[in-house]
Structures are given as structure tokens and as C-alpha cells.
Design a protein around this ligand. Sequence first.
Ligand SMILES: Nc1nc2c(ncn2[C@@H]2O[C@H](COP(=O)(O)OP(=O)(O)OP(=O)(O)O)[C@@H](O)[C@H]2O)c(=O)[nH]1
Length: 239
Amino acid sequence: MSDSDSEEGPDRQLKLVVLGDGTCGKTSLATRFAQETFGKQYKQTIGLDFFLKRIILPGNLNVTLQVWDVGGQTIGGKMLDKYIYGAQGILLVYDITNCQSFENLEDWYNVVKKVTEESETQPLVALVGNKIDLEHMRTVKVDKHQRFCQENNFSSHFVSAKTGDSVFLCFQRIAADILGIKLNKAEMEQSQYKNCMGYSFVPWHWQEHVVRAELVKYPEEDNQHHNTSNCQSKVCSMQ
Ligand SMILES: Nc1nc2c(ncn2[C@@H]2O[C@H](COP(=O)(O)OP(=O)(O)OP(=O)(O)O)[C@@H](O)[C@H]2O)c(=O)[nH]1
């Protein structure tokens, strides 16, 4: 039995292609999912990057996801059709703080339709609003997102590659939908705040309610009243 074989048989492999404007966070999303890392520094993807990640779906089904991270500048280029060809899933990614990145998804989707119009099976298309840690800077209304999904039968996702919020859930739901596996509510809730190692983390919007108080240094003459150290650190929570 080879490494990729389990007792239930060989792994399923799925090709997922990640498309969208430059800087919307495609590479960050792929690296958050596949490597559980995030880099603040922007490094433009030239052409294509490629990630592999194995996940287990309900029923002990091993699935290897090939994530094709396509550079935002490839639109209009000769290679884009080739990258899209044969995909079982397409992630159309935009930045919720950048209207243009949402509007331009129409162009990205037109390329997908052109490449796949003669395919026997159509890829599943997922609309992914990224950077939800920047909710206070949102410029793309949720309504607009939902309407675009309904009009085109896309699955709908909101994520933050920075915090990891809903990233694993997004890829898990896409893989499950492609394979016709239904995730129950408990499985989805578990995945929302789960990283790819299976550990839970504290989501960003909860972290925002925790503030670290300043270090308080008491004056020397006051030390007798504070008979331990002269520094204190406090963590307090706000409701
Ligand atoms: N606050 C925040 N910043 C993010 C998030 N995702 C990505 N970024 C930042 O956005 C910038 C662009 O991210 P990339 O992942 O390189 O964007 P890309 O879509 O791959 O860009 P191209 O390679 O040009 O196609 C980087 O500075 C990231 O740190 C997020 O969820 N929240």
C-alpha cells in the first residue's frame, strides 16, 4: 500500500484554482490553509504558486487538495486558461475593503466560463470575501456578495487569512461540496475556529475585546506598600 493509500482506498485528489485581483490575499489564504502561516509583507505572485494539503472529510475520507495560487496579474495572459483547465473547484477571492477587487471578479469569472464551457463537468465556484479582520473598513456590502452568489449559484464564504478565521472551514466545505458530502452543523462549527493541525484558536473579534493594561511602575517610596515587585501587568476583558 502506498503512502497516499488509506484502508478505505487511495486518496481523492482535487484541483482548486484560486483567482482574483493582486493583493486580495490569495497567497495568504493558500499559505494559511496549507502551512498555517501568515506574512504581513506583500510579495507578488508571478505566474503561479502551488500548494498541497491533505484533509480528512467525514466518513474518514482522505482528500488531497492541490491549491493553484494564480498571480493577480495573469488576467489577460496566455497561461491563465491552462491554469484553470481541469479544475474541480474555483475560488473567486476579493478583499472586502476593496470594491474594485469585487467588481473585477466578473472578468475573472468570464475567463472561467470560457475555459469550462465545453467541459463535461462544471467546476464548483466559491465566492470568498477575504480580510474580515478589517470589518471596520468594509466597502463591499454583504448584500452585494450574496446577490452575486445567488445569481451564479456560487457557494459563499467570508474569511481572514490573517487570523485564520473560517479558512479551514472554507476549503473543507468546498471539498465536501465537490464530493457530494454533507457536513453537519457541528462539524462546520468545529472547523470555523480550527487551524489545519486541528487546534482551535481565539478568533480575531474575540481578541479585540481583550486589552493588555500598561505596566504600572510604582514610585520607590511607595514600595513599602507593595511588598512584592514594583511592576504589575494586568490583562482585563471588556464586554
Ligand atoms: N489584514 C489582512 N491583510 C491580509 C489578509 N490577507 C492578506 N493580507 C495582506 O494583503 C497583502 C496581499 O496579500 P497576498 O496574499 O500576497 O495577495 P495576492 O492576492 O496573492 O496578490 P498577488 O500575488 O499580487 O496576486 C499582504 O500584505 C498580506 O499580508 C487578511 O486576511 N487580512
